[in-house]
Design a protein around this ligand. Structure first.
Ligand SMILES: [Zn+2]
Ligand SMILES: [Zn+2]
Length: 298
């Protein structure tokens, strides 16, 4: 197992282990540096950090912000930011609120389509976590409308399916700027995304890079489950040409068949050092202080 994992989820979003359980598992597996990167929330970070201090695991504060571009979703990871940063927390709360409204609307549409699911049940399934489409899929499975997640997305709630409801738009560049304003480092998550059969489901559109770079993008996730040598080479090339820190992680959501356990993806230890150096180097913040204060960064 590797000693570094920079992409993990807990019950604060759609993971199945609590933050404390996640850190305990990391400790057992020999992971020394762990970033908790829940979707649109930092609620798991404090407990995880405390547990890490007890067990000798360094927990890096993280987040994964789901952003929208036409026809796709781009995930932006953030590291080493101020967890108590007010604007960051307010914005994440607004994104989560938007998700609740969206889940309610999806429940309505599904009911109109003859596949009724109860909104309350979706919230129950989400528990403490940020409600998102896998929770709706679970409700559809429970109600017997579909035989699994794949069918739920294909038939009902996938991006091009009839019960899909879009969220309030938040761009990748806006997410980068927000993370920077909170003192953190934005990193482009899984630029290539595979479905469970190993087919490429989404590929990052490099035309989005300049605006993200202008808004402080600092890294790119290069080491990720199922990335082959060709994909890694390609992404290393992107990292080199834009001076981005190379990061990686398992995107762990719980122990699931066919998915790597914590620390199950190679991530070099120097990644952590580089991220930390960049986080300490305040030059980006100083250069962009004027825009940040007036909020003119889009
Ligand atoms: Zn993601
Ligand atoms: Zn993730």
């Amino acid at each position: 197992m590797n000693q570094v994992d920079l992409h993990t989820h807990t019950t604060a979003s759609d993971g199945s282990l609590t933050p404390a359980q996640l850190v305990q598992r990391a400790a057992r597996l020999g992971v020394k540096v762990l970033a908790i990167t829940d979707h649109d929330t930092v609620d798991g970070v404090a407990v995880g950090t405390a547990e890490g201090a007890r067990l000798g695991v360094e927990v890096i504060p993280g987040v994964e912000i789901n952003t929208d571009v036409p026809g796709a979703e781009v995930h932006v990871l953030g590291y080493f930011f101020d967890v108590a940063h007010r604007e960051l927390n307010e914005k994440l709360a607004a994104i989560r609120e938007g998700r609740i409204g969206r889940a309610r609307r999806m429940a309505e549409v599904l009911t109109e389509m003859g596949a009724p699911v109860r909104f309350e049940r979706i919230l129950e399934i989400a528990g403490d976590g940020a409600v998102c489409r896998p929770h709706v899929a679970q409700a559809l499975i429970e109600a017997g409308h579909v035989n699994g997640y794949q069918q739920a997305f294909e038939k009902y709630i996938g991006r091009n399916s009839p019960a899909y409801v879009s969220r309030q738009k938040f761009s990748p560049a806006q997410a980068c700027a927000l993370i920077r304003r909170a003192g953190g480092l934005p990193v482009l998550a899984h630029p290539v995304f595979f479905d469970r059969y190993g087919a490429v489901k989404a590929r990052f559109d490099q035309a989005l890079l300049p605006e993200m770079l202008a808004n402080g993008l600092a890294g790119i996730e290069v080491y990720y489950p199922r990335y082959d040598a060709t994909t890694i080479e390609l992404l290393l090339g992107v990292a080199r040409s834009h001076g981005l820190v190379v990061t990686g992680g398992t995107d762990f959501h719980g122990v699931r068949p066919g998915e790597p356990d914590l620390g199950g993806v190679y991530v070099p230890m120097k990644t952590v050092r580089r991220l930390r150096e960049r986080a300490r180097d305040g030059s980006w913040a100083v250069e962009h202080a004027t825009e940040a204060e007036t909020g003119s960064i889009q």
